[in-house]
Design a protein around this ligand. Structure first.
Ligand code: ZN
Length: 95
């Protein structure tokens, strides 16, 4: 979920922009922010979320080089309880 104002931030369970980003530990400080859709609903800087996604995709490509389609990514992530939202707007969740 994209967080672009104080109402969104409150819904994400974050009291203020002074709280630290889980990934980099720096204060959230400014909008926009990203909230993951996992159980903990973690809030990140947009750049940190992109870095996490990039790391995940690089790891997947390293260990599973045969992956070519998002449906295959979903298949690998599902047993781990990780959601995958493809560029075609289709979303899946295994929570
Ligand atoms: Zn961060």
């Amino acid at each position: 979920m994209l967080i672009v104002n104080a109402d969104h931030l409150c819904l994400a369970g974050v009291a203020s922009l002074e709280e630290p980003c889980t990934y980099c530990s720096r204060p959230l400080a400014a909008y926009p922010l990203i909230m993951s859709d996992d159980r903990s609903q973690t809030v990140y800087h947009v750049t940190c979320a992109l870095e996490l996604v990039t790391d995940l995709l690089v790891d997947l490509a390293t260990f599973f080089p045969e992956i070519r389609h998002s449906s295959e990514v979903r298949g690998y992530l599902a047993p781990l309880g990780i959601s995958w939202r493809s560029g075609d707007g289709k979303a899946s969740s295994w929570h």
